[in-house]
Design a binder for this molecule. Structure first.
Ligand SMILES: Cc1ncc(COP(=O)(O)O)c(C=O)c1O
Length: 387
């Protein structure tokens, strides 16, 4: 049996027993009336979390499959797209755009600040024929949350569709797909949705459907083409709503998790994320870590911080992994040597995971020669209850 670590990384996250149990359910077919009921309920629950009336699909694969489906489905080879870049995952969007042979225009910004609105607005007012804006909601390496609502507003104003990588935000950070005019929103099951890896979830707006209909096939294949997904949903919706075999157990697990999130209430759920984040960030600060990005612009799902006294991040990571069975990660490539990054989503948001993390960090610092009073890391723990 391999060692079981507490996953204080930005995904995959630990899942509740209730969710995990579904992965062990007997294998059953991905068609028939019972399946259609499960399928429809899960899609409806997703619609509530995406806050959309648009179409939602569950694709077998990781989050990137959803991004691929959106980009490949909406855009034709050679079309121009705008990619505002303030982090590693936006760079990745650029790579995906290149792989689809799009005419990808980069606007590069400070990776420690949210995307600024003015230069994007200026670009859209100057350039014509932009097929889409591609952007990341939450840059997972730094923990920056980008102003998605405001960029959605620009997309509306300039009539340019917006495709969003929300892989590390949806479920943990409020994201209003319809209100913010997001045309394709892609995420994964294994982070803010608190379910096992294996599914990409995407929403598609009416505007995106109109564009796809007007363009016809974009020449990017069959498996991930939203048109094919819709065709089968319409044609076979009452017995076999997809053109490929869906991972039924993953979907059962996702349904169990979505039911839990919605039973808590979306607002309450986001509030809990913020509280836990505050407890973690306060603990970090009181131990002498310096948050990589200002708390006001940083995410409630991830904390990235520079180590005190320039201690090598690797030493802290190794200590937690080897002495405490806790996995953490590093900051963005440029700061990797001296920054650590922890995720606090899913099961790992629980008090009985956060306290060992914070106390373990204290011990890791002591192990590196820093004299730090016991209990210092728990300075912000009251935020768990009081926010
Ligand atoms: C913002 C962001 N985009 C994309 C990805 C890639 O997602 P996946 O591994 O589910 O394809 C990640 C994974 O960490 C991410 O954080």
């Amino acid at each position: 049996v391999s060692r079981r670590y507490t996953l204080m990384i930005p995904g995959p996250v630990g899942v509740s027993e209730e969710v995990l149990r579904e992965m062990g359910a007997a294998i059953q077919a991905h068609y028939g009336s019972e399946w259609v009921e499960i399928f429809r309920e899960t899609v409806a629950l997703l619609g509530q979390i995406f806050q959309t009336e648009g179409t939602v699909f569950m694709l077998p694969g990781s989050g990137t499959a959803g991004i691929d489906a959106g980009i490949g489905g909406l855009l034709k080879r050679g079309e121009r797209v705008l990619i505002p870049i303030n982090g590693w995952f936006a760079e990745r969007l650029f790579r995906i755009a290149q792989a689809y042979e799009l005419d990808a225009r980069r606007l590069e910004f400070d990776i420690l600040q949210p995307l600024p609105i003015e230069p994007i607005k200026e670009f859209l007012s100057r350039e014509r024929d932009i097929g889409a804006i591609l952007m990341v909601h939450h840059e997972t390496h730094t923990g920056i949350v980008n102003p998605l609502g405001e960029i959605g507003q620009l997309g509306r104003e300039y009539d340019v569709p917006l495709i969003v990588d929300a892989v590390s935000s949806l479920g943990g950070i409020d994201l209003k797909v319809d209100e913010w005019s997001i045309d394709v929103c892609a995420t994964a099951s294994q982070k803010g949705l608190e379910a096992p890896p294996g599914l990409a979830l995407i929403s598609i707006s009416d505007r995106a459907w109109r564009i796809m209909e007007a363009k016809g096939p974009t020449g990017h294949g069959f498996y991930l083409d939203p048109r094919v997904w819709r065709e089968y949903l319409e044609k076979w919706g009452d017995w076999h709503p997809s053109h490929v075999t869906l991972p039924r157990n993953n979907i059962l697990a996702l349904r169990a998790s979505l039911r839990r999130i919605l039973a808590e209430g979306l607002e309450e759920h986001f509030t809990r994320y913020r509280r836990v984040s505050k407890a973690v960030k306060s603990g970090f600060k009181s131990m002498g870590f310096q948050l990589l990005v200002d708390e006001a612009i940083s995410s409630p799902t991830v904390t990235t911080a520079k180590t005190p006294g320039g201690i090598k991040a690797e030493r802290i990571r190794d200590f937690l992994r080897d002495q405490r069975d806790i996995l953490i990660s590093f900051g963005p490539p440029k700061y990797r040597e001296n920054t650590i990054r922890v995720g606090h989503m899913g099961e790992e948001m629980r008090f009985d995971h956060v306290v060992p993390l914070l106390c373990g960090l204290e011990d890791a610092l002591r192990d590196c020669g820093i004299d730090i009073p016991h209990g210092k890391s728990l300075a912000g723990i009251h935020a768990f209850w009081e926010g």
